[in-house]
Design a protein around this ligand. Structure first.
Ligand code: PEP
Ligand code: MN
Length: 339
């Protein structure tokens, strides 16, 4: 950490600050400039108290305390300059091919899931999405089919060859979800549920980490850090819209996150336009923007009959809309240098 002292700090105040830094378990190095003094404090913040409190302990003497190293260590480009790629069955995410993950918001029935799986596969998707455990705002809304939904996802994989992504809601379900999923989704509402992140990491499965409803990019990167710090390097970030003052759309899809994540991290970035805008009529435009901006994959909600969906009806595209969207995306995917 770097501690910047205020101009004109007395020798006595400086000595007190140095004593406190040592008391907290750090080694101080003094650098005296013309106008002010800067102290470099060396120590491990995992085992020592943070030095940030120095500004409140010595308000007359300490101007600011800044970290030298970035707080993210493993998800950052510095740690791994090349792009990371993630193997999901026979597919590679983060490579040349842009993958489309598609399927219903929730698994509702065998007929609904299989019909959707076959249609999205025929249109070019490689991964089937579908929530078996659903995080619903109200306890009175459909909570998902649970284990029965997971089994239907496995059945759909057997019948279509599509890989499967589904959400993990609770540490208690980590094992069973890992048994049926090829990618584990951590939802927006749980993106800072650190024990859940650790449990998900320990399954060894690839993890798709959604951005929280009001999560800053640094917090998102740090949440991802939990996955890598627990020995699972198969992490992808997924932007799914953040909550802003705007009400025209369900959320505000922050496509700016694509180049930022690409710059800061080596992990692939996935865009979910469905939760992102909450409106089926805007999904295609958002997908096109995402492809142009360098997204590695898309996560799209598709339902055979959106009007009758048990969750997120207004944002799910029909099978026909999805096929049309995939046709429209083709030339854009090529123009973006992807396959
Ligand atoms: C979903 O993918 O259906 C979902 C609930 O996502 P999010 O966590 O982004 O709201
Ligand atoms: Mn949904």
């Amino acid at each position: 950490m770097i501690i910047i002292l205020k101009p004109g700090v007395s020798k006595k105040q400086e000595t007190s600050v140095l004593r406190e830094i040592r008391n907290l378990g750090y080694r101080p190095h003094i650098m005296r400039g013309v106008a002010r003094t800067v102290i470099g404090a060396i120590g491990d913040e995992l085992t020592h108290q943070s030095l940030e409190a120095l500004t409140t302990l010595f308000p007359q003497a300490v101007e600011s305390v800044m970290p030298v190293q970035k707080r993210c260590k493993l998800v950052c480009r510095e740690a791994h300059p090349a792009n990371s790629t993630i193997k999901v069955r026979e597919h590679v995410i983060g490579g040349k091919k842009l993958h489309v993950m598609a399927g219903p918001c929730s698994v509702e029935s065998e007929a609904q899931l299989l019909k959707t799986a076959e249609a999205v596969k025929a249109a070019g998707a490689t991964i089937l999405r579908g929530g078996a455990f659903k995080p619903r705002t109200s306890p009175y809304e459909f909570q998902g089919l649970g284990e029965k939904g997971l089994k239907l996802l496995s059945k759909a994989r057997r019948e279509t060859g599509l890989a499967v992504i589904t959400e993990l809601l609770s540490e208690a379900h980590a094992e069973i979800v890992a048994e049926h999923a090829d990618i584990i989704q951590i939802g927006a509402r749980n993106s800072q549920n650190f024990q859940l992140l650790i449990a998900a990491a320990r399954t060894g499965k690839p993890i798709l980490l959604k951005r929280g409803l009001s999560m800053r990019i640094e917090e998102w990167l740090l949440a991802g850090e939990y996955i890598l710090a627990h020995e699972n390097s198969n992490l992808m970030f997924c932007e799914r819209g953040i909550r802003t003052f705007e009400t025209y759309t369900r959320n505000t899809l922050d496509l700016g996150a694509i180049p930022i994540i690409k710059r800061e991290s080596h992990c692939p970035i996935v865009i979910d336009p469905s939760q992102g805008v909450g409106r089926a009529d805007l999904v295609a435009a958002m997908c096109k923007g995402a492809v142009a901006m360098g997204a590695d994959a898309l996560l799209i909600e598709v339902h055979p009959n959106p009007a009758e969906a048990w969750s997120d009806g207004p944002q799910q595209v029909s099978l026909e809309m999805f096929a049309e969207l995939m046709r429209e995306l083709g030339p854009l995917i090529q123009a973006a240098g992807r396959e």
